[in-house]
Design a protein around this ligand. Structure first.
Ligand SMILES: Cc1cc2nc3c(=O)[nH]c(=O)nc-3n(C[C@H](O)[C@H](O)[C@H](O)COP(=O)(O)OP(=O)(O)OC[C@H]3O[C@@H](n4cnc5c(N)ncnc54)[C@H](O)[C@@H]3O)c2cc1C
Length: 365
């Protein structure tokens, strides 16, 4: 698990999709050592789309063999549709308040990867090192934070988002509140035996080493009592020099549209727009910014990195020349907006549960 790397050349990313084995995936995906795809940084950043991944997998495997993998892809689309429908409400408790909540900070032991639960501490160290955390480890981390340490989910979600190469506000915020019982009917919990099984650890006599009825849901374990407020900041790079010819098309890329095939053969100015206002609101680490820039510079010829808010570099008169993809984070752009590539473009709006959504889209494959 520790030697996972995230290549940045487009062809290597396509090879990663071609290597997915959905049957192995379905059998092992819950184990930290399982055959997961490690595609999330590329999907979250809009380098590859969900339908591209689904179609390549379905070239080699039947719908039946690929079912579990397709369902996981659909989770991302589901969360994006919730975000489109609910807007900024995803940053608040969406279905019901999380209870009980002791504070709005982060347990210090979490930040220091020192909770005493080895499977979780190793996964946090790995997150700092690589910018990636396995889904099951994310669930364990969130349940320890919200349901055992009784922290409200928002600050720890921002902390995790800051470090993730695949940071996706919808998947992140909605998963945290799903675990905390604010976007689900029941809180998610796991005991030591469960954590040992999936993280390949062998711990006993920890505060989670008990049956489910005896988990410490009322009294916060000593090690999780101390808390730290979050102060996360993004360091943005210097802008490249930008010259725009008056009638030239301007293609705007950002941290969630880095698709090298988009308008590939057309002439125009290509800009990776990093907006300070956005990064002040949703900070990310230097590792994340470096990843985004490397992907852009490697795969999108002549792209300029521009650090500015949309309104400060474009005039309303340039509107007809500007092209970008739709996204909840750029509703303030103006110009020619293209839709994103969806698994099922016709199923939109809010579904209260993933399985309602899945029922609607599953026959599409
Ligand atoms: C607390 C918490 C926070 C999370 N934060 C993020 C986040 O910021 N960004 C992010 O991309 N994912 C997030 N996830 C979802 C999930 O953990 C990752 O997408 C997944 O672990 C990525 O690894 P992978 O590509 O190897 O996934 P695989 O298991 O190989 O899945 C294939 C693809 O399906 C999609 N997918 C799989 N599981 C999920 C899921 N639960 N939700 C949404 N999409 C999914 C992803 O696009 C993924 O690349 C979070 C989950 C939890 C529990």
């Amino acid at each position: 698990m520790n030697d996972i790397e995230f290549p940045i050349a487009y062809q290597d990313i396509i090879t990663r999709i071609e290597n997915i084995h959905p049957i192995q995936y379905a059998k092992t995906r819950n184990y930290l050592s399982g055959a997961v795809s490690y595609l999330s940084p590329y999907i979250a950043r809009g380098i590859i789309s969900l339908p591209l991944v689904a179609n390549l997998v379905l070239k080699k495997f039947t719908r039946f063999e690929a079912e579990k993998f397709l369902q996981e892809l659909a989770w991302r689309e589901y969360f994006q549709r919730v975000w489109q429908a609910k807007g900024d409400a995803i940053f608040t408790d969406l279905k019901q308040p999380q209870v009980p909540v002791k504070h709005q900070q982060i347990p210090t032991a979490l930040i220091e990867a020192n909770t005493g639960i080895e499977g979780i501490d190793t996964a946090i160290e790995h997150l700092y090192e690589t910018g990636y955390m396995h889904n099951h480890a994310r669930m364990y981390t969130a349940m320890l934070t919200c349901n055992i340490a009784q922290a409200h989910w928002l600050a720890p979600a921002q902390w995790m988002y800051y470090h993730l190469l695949d940071g996706d506000l919808a998947s992140n915020m909605l998963s945290w509140q799903w675990v905390a019982g604010a976007f689900s009917s029941k809180k998610y919990v796991a005991n030591q035996e469960n954590i040992n099984r999936y993280t390949n650890t062998h711990q006993t006599e920890t505060f989670l080493d008990c049956d489910y009825d005896n988990l410490p849901l009322e009294h916060i374990p000593e090690v999780l009592l101390s808390t730290t407020p979050v102060h996360l900041q993004t360091t943005l790079p210097e802008s490249d020099t930008l010259t725009m010819a008056p009638e030239e098309k301007i293609f705007i890329y950002n941290a969630y549209n880095l698709d090298p095939l988009w308008h590939k053969d057309e002439k125009g100015t290509r800009i990776l727009l990093l907006e300070p206002t956005l990064y002040a609101r949703f900070p990310v680490s230097k590792k994340v910014i470096d990843f985004i820039i490397s992907i852009a510079r490697t795969n999108i010829p002549d792209i300029k990195i521009i650090v500015a808010d949309f309104k400060d570099i474009f005039q309303p008169s340039q509107k007809n020349n500007i092209y970008y993809k739709e996204h909840p984070l750029n509703t303030h752009y103006s110009g020619n907006e293209a839709p994103r590539d969806w698994l099922c473009a016709s199923v939109t709006g809010y579904f209260p549960s993933f399985f309602n959504f899945w029922k609607k889209i599953q026959n599409k494959f």
